[in-house]
Ligand binder design. Structure first.
Ligand code: CP
Length: 339
């Protein structure tokens, strides 16, 4: 039995370097299925309850596709209005009921710590797909998996790397979770770039300091990117602001385009963003003129999300050792691997 079998995945604080490596090893084994080189039916008959009470493209669809790619079925609830949560039902009751209908549940909700509250009512594993501004553990895992792969291509590891995190570090849950994962490594340099009002929360800063890493905090982009191995951009999380006018104050404050990148970054700095990037003219935080740049890893991140989520399903449902037994050929045209 693996250590994740029957467990909730609610926070990166549950993980350590060994358990992360277990997830990454299983994720790597998912590549032939994600690339449609082979099919896998190991979860035939299993049901994923995919509950998204906040907008999502990548997380929701990749959770669903990850489950389908392992042969399972997906029942989806999207939006608060289509759930009886809108009639005052509690997260506990919702979880208690839906966990009878499902074998595993992925959930996103606008409130911090809602995933934990939901999990208390669930009789099946719950995977946190983002709870308010608190955490996004599966995004952090796919980000870390991507960082490891990108740096490996450059002949490097994560220990000793320099990461610049940019944008809304207050409400951006992906940087909270990723910072805590990076704390498990050695000698990381963090440059945290945000407006003072959107600074990284003190509890994350404390975690970084207590783990002995170095931190530089600034509200300026230019002049602070030259040492970054990883440049991790984030969107202004407008849905967490009291009004659009308030969010508009910060939109477009930090923009990266090819000219700024070439002028201020090392030639091998990897550009990351959890997506969605805000491409509206008033924001344009990550310009399309970088789309063909080989160091732009944003779509590789999204691709890796499928592998990580397939691995988490295989591990929490205890089928990670049975994958090869349930392989079968692909009968339809499938695109050639492009990675
Ligand atoms: N990165 C991420 O969580 O994207 P979605 O909001 O589209 O799921």
């Amino acid at each position: 039995m693996n250590q994740f079998e029957g467990s909730h995945i609610l926070s990166v604080n549950q993980l350590n370097l060994d358990s992360i490596q277990t997830i990454f090893n299983v994720a790597s084994r998912m590549m032939p299925y994600a690339l449609r080189e082979k099919r896998n039916n190991v979860l035939d008959g299993a049901i994923l309850g995919n509950l998204f009470f906040e907008p999502s493209t990548r997380t929701r669809v990749s959770f669903g596709c990850a489950f389908n790619l392992l042969g399972g079925h997906v029942r989806e609830t999207t939006g608060m209005a289509s759930s009886s949560l809108s009639k005052g039902e509690s997260l506990y009751d919702t979880a208690r009921v839906l966990s009878t209908y499902s074998d595993v549940i992925a959930m996103r909700h606008p409130d911090s710590y809602s995933a934990k509250e939901f999990a208390e009512g669930s009789r099946v594993p719950v995977i946190n797909g983002g709870d308010g501004s608190n955490e996004h553990p599966t995004q952090a895992l796919l980000d870390l998996f991507t960082i490891q792969k990108e740096l490996k291509c450059a002949g490097r590891g994560i220990d000793g790397m320099h990461i610049a995190m940019v944008g809304d570090l207050k409400f951006g849950r992906t940087v909270h979770s990723l910072s805590r994962l990076l704390c498990m490594y050695k000698n990381i340099s963090f440059t945290l770039i945000s407006p003072a009002e959107l600074a990284m929360p003190d509890y994350v800063i404390s975690d970084i300091e207590n783990a002995g890493h170095s931190i530089k905090i600034t509200d300026q982009l230019e002049g602070h990117l030259d040492k970054a191995d990883i440049l991790y951009l984030t969107r202004i999380q407008e849905e967490r602001f009291p009004s659009q006018d308030e969010a508009n104050k910060y939109r477009g404050k930090f923009r990266l385009n090819r000219s700024i990148y070439t002028q201020h970054c090392k030639s091998n700095t990897v550009i990351m963003h959890p997506l969605p990037r805000d491409s509206r003219a008033q924001a344009n935080e990550l310009d399309n003129d970088l789309n063909s740049h080989p160091n732009l890893a944003i779509f590789r991140q999204a691709d890796n999300g499928l592998l990580i989520r397939m691995a988490l399903f295989a591990l929490t449902l205890g089928v990670d050792t049975q994958l090869e037994k349930y392989e079968c050929p692909v009968n339809w045209y499938s695109r050639k691997a492009d990675r």
